[in-house]
Design a protein around this ligand. Structure first.
Ligand code: ADP
Ligand code: GN1
Ligand code: MG
Length: 360
């Protein structure tokens, strides 16, 4: 976490008026996010100020170039300026006209227009929200289908490349840097029983698309009034990818009946009705654009991404919690267990889920 002084100095670079305060905001695992408040001639102005996690995003300049290209492309799709203000992320520029501010301590800061009267959720409250989230992420993919060349830069190379994720786990198992391997044996065994999943999407020869790559439920904002999905956020991993990666993250976080870090595993399962609402929402947006092969592999995407994120939580637990922000001892192991329990639930329902997708 940054000091109040560092946060205030960064906030002032964006020329949004007299800086008042910044308070930590949201439940993201990666960046430091603040709701920053200003006063411009007595009128309140709010921004979502973020310190980019440069341990994870090692090329923040390339990352910001991607975000600028993506948000400009999305903005071009809307002709009414009013409409764009709450449905697309807009970057504020610094007084020098840059999309980010590099502070003397080497921290990279950016500020997005704060989307008012909207909120993110960590768990679904009704199936309409599942439909809405699926529709919004599908719409996002569709709108990026005609992003002009060149290809976006890989902000984290091999992000969803399963052999690399497995390789990282094997490396940590061999090193066992903080002696946690012994206590995670059931989870380790779980992984090695499912190695057939590792190449499940790689060998399918699906087309490369521009995808979000982090379509978890709390990366879409819902309108406070209508409960409709308003805006897809968290654009750090928007880069070349496969459609089932994104659907996979939706399956992992939307029809899951529990929180991502639930300790009582009997609460964790895939809710079929919510999955159905999600699938209908998603397919309503990508119809005519998704290929038959991609559609046939959406459930596989759900299994693979749930598995991979479980492996990543496990690897981070064994490494000493260096990647995902944690709030308690063993937090990443709890998160891993939920992913693996959810994967079992998806496996149990696999053919029913595939039949449903085929019927839409
Ligand atoms: P992280 O990469 O750490 O997940 P996010 O970009 O997802 O960070 O932001 C964290 C949280 O902040 C989101 O889940 C959301 O609740 C909130 N948030 C992000 N951007 C905005 C915005 N422009 N307006 C309002 N809230 C936002
Ligand atoms: C991170 O940034 P956030 O909290 O939206 C992570 C995702 C994981 C997710 C697990 C850049 O997402 O890949 O699936 O946590 N983002 C990055 O909840 O690693
Ligand atoms: Mg996020």
């Amino acid at each position: 976490m940054s000091s109040q002084q560092e946060i205030a100095s960064a906030a002032q670079e964006f020329s949004l008026g007299q800086f008042i305060r910044a308070t930590p905001h949201g439940n993201g695992h990666i960046n430091d996010s603040y709701l920053a408040e200003f006063s411009r001639d007595g009128v309140p102005v709010r921004a979502l100020l973020q310190r980019i996690n440069t341990t994870i995003f090692t090329n923040p300049v390339a990352l910001m170039e991607n975000i600028e290209r993506v948000s400009n492309h999305l903005a071009d799709k809307y002709d009414s300026a009013d409409h764009t203000s709450r449905t697309i992320l807009h970057l504020h520029r610094t007084s020098k006209g840059e999309s980010f501010f590099l502070d003397p301590g080497g921290n990279y800061w950016r500020a997005f227009q704060f989307i008012d009267r909207a909120h993110s959720i960590d768990r679904i409250q009704n199936n309409n929200q599942a439909f809405e989230a699926g529709r919004a992420f599908g719409h996002f993919q569709r709108q990026l289908a005609d992003l002009p060349a060149p290809r976006l830069q890989d902000t984290i190379p091999g992000f969803h490349y399963a052999p690399t994720r497995l390789g990282n786990l094997k490396k940590i198992l061999a090193e066992d840097p903080i002696g946690r391997v012994k206590s995670a044996q059931p989870e380790i065994d779980f992984v090695f029983k499912r190695l057939s999943l590792i190449r499940s999407l790689i060998d399918a020869n699906l087309p490369e698309r521009t995808t979000h790559n982090d379509c978890k439920l709390n990366n879409v904002l819902f309108d406070d009034e209508t409960d409709k999905a308003l805006c897809v956020i968290d654009l750090d991993t928007v880069m070349p990818g496969l459609l089932p990666f994104d659907f996979g993250d939706m399956v992992r976080t939307i029809p899951c009946s529990s929180d991502e870090d639930e300790q009582n595993l009997s609460k964790v399962k895939l809710n079929f009705k919510t999955f159905s609402a999600l699938s209908r929402g998603y397919l309503s947006s990508v119809e005519g654009f998704i290929t038959e092969d991609e559609k046939n592999l959406l459930v596989t995407g759900g299994m693979l991404i749930t598995f991979l994120i479980g492996i990543r939580f496990l690897t981070d637990h064994l490494s000493g919690d260096k990647y995902f922000r944690i709030h308690r001892e063993g937090h990443n192991l709890d998160r891993c267990r939920v992913q693996f329990r959810l994967l079992e639930s998806i496996e149990e329902q696999k053919s029913k889920l595939e039949d449903l997708i085929a019927s839409i």
